[in-house]
Design a protein around this ligand. Structure first.
Ligand SMILES: [Zn+2]
Length: 91
């Protein structure tokens, strides 16, 4: 990776390095409940991807926590499917 050829969206500085360019992260937050941090990344080989980190507070009751995890798994599958197929739509 050439350090002087950052894409215009690269945050540069300490966020860019280790063989990849990284945009400034976008954070969505519901205080005390959950948080999503999304970052655009260009790897050393030139391919780009979105890194998504999700944190969700789980209920203290095991049954409810398991229901939350099941719902979360299904919803993440929907998000992944939509994101993958959105890239295959004709312009
Ligand atoms: Zn960079």
């Amino acid at each position: 990776m050439s350090r002087d050829r950052h894409p215009d969206w690269c945050a540069r500085g300490h966020l860019c390095g280790l063989g990849e360019h990284r945009a400034r992260p976008i954070a969505l937050e519901h205080p005390g409940l959950g948080r999503v941090v999304l970052t655009r990344i260009r790897a050393r080989d030139g391919r780009e991807h979105a890194e998504v980190r999700l944190t969700v507070a789980l209920a203290g009751t095991e049954l409810v926590a398991r229901h939350q995890l099941l719902t979360l798994t299904n919803d993440l599958d929907t998000v992944l499917t939509r994101a993958v197929y959105a890239s295959q739509r004709p312009a």
